[in-house]
Design a protein around this ligand. Structure first.
Ligand code: 5RP
Length: 233
């Protein structure tokens, strides 16, 4: 519960970055959901913004709370992106994709003038890798791609090399992303060189996108039980 209050507080602090007339990327996950709900309240009070959702789940929520939406095909850039993270390090490098939306999240973050990350304190880490790194892969040849991802973890000096196909608890079937792909969770344990690993993953045929977000965020808001701490690079 205290984690949820911290997420709420981080989301609330991110509202300061939203200005009238902006096109805003709407992240995915429980922290982003707090943001979308609070943004909906502001819209009802008269704020004029357009949101670009990073998942179908976020699209549904935004519609419910009355945030007007744009399709990604209607824009060439966004003013702001507000999204959660699974891990954040002191260089503002992120692991994202715990909720499986990393591909759309990265497309939206990369097209945004500013990315504000909202998270509770548990997400702040010295070194990335404790949280399994999500890697979105094509269904075709996924076992082969899984093998290549294992090799990339080893070659990049990661402490772990186990790579598992993400399965849904509900049906015991592989998780299918909004883009129709599978997700591999790479248990790197410790990623000493995120740039090296990210480049190696991008180089593998069958990898659609990986959850290392490097050089994309300029502001990180860490929510606390009371208030939030705003960190900038
Ligand atoms: C979804 C994500 C989320 O931002 C990340 O998983 C954090 O989720 P939460 O805010 O629920 O802790 O990357 O793909």
């Amino acid at each position: 519960m205290s984690g949820d209050i911290a997420k709420f507080n981080a989301a609330q602090a991110a509202l300061d970055y939203v200005k009238d007339g902006m096109v805003v990327g709407l992240g995915t996950g429980s922290t982003s959901a707090h943001f979308v709900r609070q943004l909906g309240e502001r819209v009802r009070q008269g704020l004029r913004v357009k949101g670009v959702p990073t998942s179908e789940a976020t699209r549904n929520l935004a519609e419910q709370v009355g945030v007007p939406l744009l399709e990604i095909s209607q824009i060439t850039s966004l003013d702001l992106d507000v999204d959660g993270a699974d891990e954040v390090d002191p260089a503002f490098r992120l692991i994202k994709g715990g909720g499986g939306a990393l591909l759309r999240e990265k497309i939206v973050a990369a097209a945004s003038k500013q990315m504000v990350v909202i998270a509770d304190e548990s997400k702040w880490v010295e070194t990335l890798g404790d949280f399994p790194l999500p890697v979105e892969v094509t269904r075709f040849g996924f076992a082969l791609t899984q093998h290549r991802v294992t090799e990339a973890l080893r070659a990049s000096g990661c402490a772990g090399d186990e790579v598992v196909l993400r399965i849904t608890g509900k049906s015991n079937e592989p998780v299918i992303t909004d883009g129709g792909n599978y997700i591999l969770d790479a248990h790197a344990k410790r990623i000493p060189d995120p740039e090296k690993l990210g480049a190696a993953l991008k180089d593998i045929a069958g990898v659609v996108e990986h959850g290392l977000f490097i050089g994309l965020s300029q502001v990180v808001i860490i929510g606390k039980a009371k208030g939030a701490e705003v960190k900038t690079l």
